[in-house]
Design a protein around this ligand. Structure first.
Ligand code: HEC
Length: 101
């Protein structure tokens, strides 16, 4: 019984943050230019996850880029800076983006 409860708590913990992070992305306006599985103004988050899969330093670089903006990776349109996002939020968002498959 105890083990069942632990397993349940763990599986809920695995699902809840993913939803919380999508809500964060929505509240921070990321979803105005991005979608999980299709290109909008910016690349699909699934494509971003695939591109950086296995690159250990990608998360830090991407978090900086989310805050400061930048371009030249996905096409001619740069991402504007997102000053409404702090560093902790940027890391959380990027971890969520990179977990999309
Ligand atoms: C005004 C539109 C716009 C908004 C708002 C926006 N993005 Fe982007 N994003 C882009 C574009 C355009 C690119 C492609 C930039 C490039 O080619 O380097 C991009 C690229 C990215 C990348 C990949 C960067 C790379 O170097 O591969 C990530 C990760 C990302 N965005 C996350 C976010 C997050 C998280 C937010 C919300 C805080 C956000 N974006 C808000 C337009 C936007």
């Amino acid at each position: 019984m105890k083990q069942t409860l632990i397993a349940l708590a763990l599986s809920m913990a695995a699902v809840a943050p993913a939803m919380a992070d999508q809500a964060l992305a929505q509240s921070k306006n990321c979803m105005a230019c991005h979608a999980v599985d299709k290109k909008v103004v910016g690349p699909a988050f699934k494509d971003v996850a695939a591109k950086y899969a296995g690159q250990k330093d990608a998360a830090d670089k991407l978090a900086t880029k989310v805050i400061k903006g930048g371009g030249g990776v996905w096409g001619p349109v740069p991402m504007p800076a997102n000053p409404q996002v702090n560093e902790a939020e940027a890391k959380k968002l990027v971890a969520w983006v990179l977990s999309q498959k």
